[in-house]
Each structure stands twice: as structure tokens, then as C-alpha cells.
Design a protein. Structure first.
Length: 447
């Protein structure tokens, strides 16, 4: 067993001498402790005052006591408050470093080992400052920001007056630099805003949901929100007038695509309001003259760009085409707006649920539901399937990407936390899919 040498003896062995402590050293350490407390209070204040939420401000306004009013007065002048906290904190930290270095030189003799002395001073002083003066107080203040702000209100008011000459110079310098550089405001990217929303909470308020929709707006392709061709109500251009009127009435749509031969050849868009004056005309009426020219957009077009084009061209519907020129589906102005504000339902809409929720972890989906809507229903990020979705835009397409073939009824496909069971299918397409979610499942795999 190794001998238990006293710490002082180990220093002597390394060539570092230890001087006898005196009363001045004791006073010095006492001052350092007081300064550390001051540094901790400044760090806590910085976090506390800049962590207020709107509801915190309302609570302080409703309190109406003197201390709450002082907090609000400090909060309403953030530049002056931040300057005061930064100047005070840096002044205290510099004093701690200088005093600690002085005491260290009084206690230990590093003349024979100056490098070792420098390293010990830097490591020890830095650790103490960071841990007790920064990390601990900021963690506490982030969890108790109101109590911390109230506790520091009067002290910060005094410090604002003490450091006013310095803080005024700092504020003036900042304003001067802003004017010279033309900097009026900081530019926050959409990615930064999205990350900030993700950090707030998983339970968004209605306003936060709308803001989240706006953030993701510019990153969404038309193909993600379009109505696929299989779900589009369309009319053959050769149909008689007596046949198209019932289609318009039964569908309830104000705009219907008109095709020739197949839906890949869209000839125009028929507006219900254009047909209305001629409803009593015979079946031989040449309604084709009422068609308006279609507007074609590619699947990869961003919906924010399409919205601008809708506004400019005063249109409400576009026909979506794929890379080969075939028709993929249609997209409307309502589809775009729903990406921001959520589902819009009017009195003429028939509620068509594309899923049934059996329990918290089990759903039955129509296979034609878009992946975008599927992810919203099960509350997951759409990019979860980015690696395996390929060009698919529906849940059925995702299953085809996973299996490489049209699966049979009752076939089970596993991927990550999801277990897909084919509830209904024929030789041509998948109709219904049962989805079970096990969020504690293991790695991604496919059966």
C-alpha cells in the first residue's frame, strides 16, 4: 500500500514551496467568496430577466407591488440592463482572477516551477469561476427566473446608477456602430425559428401551430399537399351537358378539371358559376366553350411560390404534372392555406375521414392518404421516412417502397416503431392499412 503523504509534502517533493498562511490570506479568501456570490448573482440575473414569457409579464403587471414594478422597469430597458449586468459581472470576475492569483503567489512558491504554477492557477481559478459563477446560478435562474428577478430588482437598480457612465458609453457605441454599418435588425433564418419552436414545447398553442406552419411553408413541395389523380373529380370533354350538371351538383366543387381521353390530357377547368346561367339548356348545349385554360405546375414546385402565382394570376386551382408530363393530381388555394391554419371545412364539405383511431397506438388508414397528412395524424416529423420514401407521396406508395411489390391482405411490414398490416388490397392497389405504433421498438427493419 502506498504511503499517505500530506498534501504539503507532495508540493515540497515537486519543488513547490508552501508559505505559512496569515490573517491577510484569510481576509483575501473571504473577499473571493463574496465576489463569487456577486458573480453568481449577476449571471443569474442575466438569465432571469431575459427568460420572461408573455404570461410572466402579465403576472408582474397584475401584481402591482413596488418590487414587481421595479422588475418591469428594468425589463423595459433591455440594453441598459444587459450593459449593467455585463459590466458588473466582468468587473467582479477580473477582481476574482487578480485576487486569486495574488493569494496563490502568497501561499505557494512557484519560482522553481513557473509553468506548473501557471497551469494550476488557470485550471483552478477557471473551474471555480465557471462552475460557481456561471453554470450553477444560470441553471437555477432558468428554473426560477421570476423569483430571481424579484430578488435582484433593487440591487440591479443601484448598480445601474453606479455603472451608468460606463453603460451609457457602451450603449452609445453600439448605436453608433449600428448606424455606421446600416444594421437595423438581426436576420433570423426560418431554420433558426423552427429550431426555436421545437425547443419550446411539443404542445403548441393555436398561434404556435400557425407559426410552425409558416416556418415549414417554404420547404413544402406541391406534391406533398396535392389531391392525387385517383381522388380527383373530373369530366370527359365529350360528355353531354345533361351529364355534367349532375356531376357538378353531386360533387359540390366550384371548379372541376375537364380532360380528353384520359386525365393525363387536361383541356381546361370548368367553373360551376359559369354553368349556372345555362342549367335549363338542353343536353346538346356546347358547354365546352365555357372552359377556362388550365394552369400547370410541376410536382417539385414550392407552395409558397405557387401561392404568389395564384395571387398574381387570380387563380384558385392548378394541375400538377410529373416529370413525364402526365397528370399527378390537382392543388387548390385552399390546400395551400390549410398548410398554415389547418383544415378548413365549410358547410358544403362532406367529412371524409381517411383514418380511424382504434386506440392511442393503433390506426386504420385509407392507403391513399398523403404521407404529409399521415405524419400529422400520428404526430411525427415527415422526414422520418425520408430515407425510404423515394418518390412516393401516399401511405400506399411508402408501403410499395418498403416491399417492392403489391402486398397481400394481412401481410405485415415493419419499419422502426411502426408495424403496417394490410387490411384490404387487390391485385392492382392497396386499399386499407392498419398501423400500430410502438415507440419503444428497436432499430429500423423491414420484413
Amino acid at each position: 500500500m502506498e504511503p499517505n503523504y500530506p498534501l504539503s509534502y507532495l508540493f515540497l517533493l515537486s519543488g513547490i514551496g508552501i508559505n505559512t498562511p496569515d490573517f491577510k490570506i484569510f481576509i483575501g479568501f473571504s473577499i473571493i467568496i463574496v465576489l463569487l456570490i456577486g458573480s453568481a448573482l449577476m449571471s443569474a440575473s442575466e438569465v432571469a430577466y431575459f427568460s420572461f414569457k408573455p404570461e410572466d409579464i402579465e403576472n408582474l403587471k397584475s401584481a402591482r407591488d413596488k418590487k414587481s414594478k421595479t422588475v418591469l422597469k428594468l425589463y423595459n430597458n433591455p440594453e441598459k440592463l444587459l450593459s449593467t449586468v455585463v459590466v458588473a459581472n466582468n468587473t467582479i470576475n477580473i477582481a476574482i482572477v487578480l485576487l486569486a492569483a495574488f493569494l496563490s503567489s502568497r501561499i505557494f512558491d512557484f519560482s522553481s516551477e513557473p509553468v506548473l504554477g501557471f497551469i494550476i492557477n488557470v485550471v483552478v481559478i477557471t473551474f471555480i469561476l465557471l462552475f460557481f459563477g456561471e453554470v450553477m446560478p444560470k441553471v437555477y435562474a432558468s428554473r426560477n427566473h421570476i423569483a430571481t428577478a424579484l430578488f435582484m430588482a433593487y440591487l440591479l437598480t443601484v448598480l445601474e446608477k453606479v455603472f451608468q457612465p460606463v453603460t451609457s458609453l457602451l450603449i452609445f457605441s453600439t448605436s453608433f456602430v449600428k448606424r455606421r454599418t446600416g444594421t437595423r435588425r438581426s436576420n433570423i433564418s426560418m431554420d433558426d425559428l423552427s429550431d426555436a419552436l421545437d425547443l419550446t414545447s411539443d404542445d403548441y398553442t393555436e398561434d404556435e401551430k400557425i407559426l410552425k406552419g409558416i416556418v415549414n411553408f417554404g420547404n413544402t413541395n406541391v406534391s406533398a399537399i396535392m389531391c392525387s389523380r385517383i381522388g380527383v373529380t373530373a369530366i370527359d370533354i365529350k360528355s353531354g351537358f345533361d351529364k355534367i350538371v349532375p356531376v357538378i351538383i353531386s360533387s359540390g366543387f366550384s371548379r372541376i378539371p375537364v380532360y380528353s381521353g384520359s386525365f393525363d390530357t387536361v383541356k381546361g377547368i370548368l367553373y360551376a358559376k359559369d354553368v349556372l346561367p345555362y342549367t335549363n339548356n338542353p343536353g346538346s348545349f356546347k358547354w365546352q366553350a365555357l372552359l377556362r385554360p388550365p394552369y400547370f405546375v410541376p410536382e417539385t414546385k414550392k407552395i409558397n411560390d405557387l401561392l404568389k402565382e395564384f395571387q398574381t394570376k387570380k387563380m384558385h386551382m392548378a394541375v400538377v404534372i410529373d416529370e413525364y408530363g402526365g397528370t399527378s393530381g390537382i392543388v387548390t388555394l385552399e390546400d395551400i392555406l390549410e398548410e398554415i391554419v389547418g383544415d378548413i371545412t365549410d358547410e358544403s364539405d362532406e367529412v371524409q375521414l381517411l383514418f380511424r383511431k382504434l386506440d392511442d397506438k393503433t390506426y386504420i388508414f385509407e392507403a391513399r392518404i398523403s404521407l404529409n397528412d399521415f405524419c400529422k395524424v400520428v404526430e411525427i416529423e415527415e422526414d422520418l421516412f425520408e430515407e425510404i420514401r423515394g418518390e412516393s407521396e401516399t401511405l400506399a406508395g411508402l408501403i410499395l417502397e418498403l416491399t417492392g411489390e403489391i402486398p397481400q391482405k394481412d401481410q405485415v411490414i415493419k419499419y422502426g416503431d411502426f408495424v403496417f398490416r394490410i387490411e384490404s388490397a387487390d391485385r392492382r392497389r392497396i386499399k386499407e392499412i392498419r398501423v400500430e405504433i410502438n415507440r419503444n421498438d428497436g432499430d429500423n427493419k423491414t420484413d
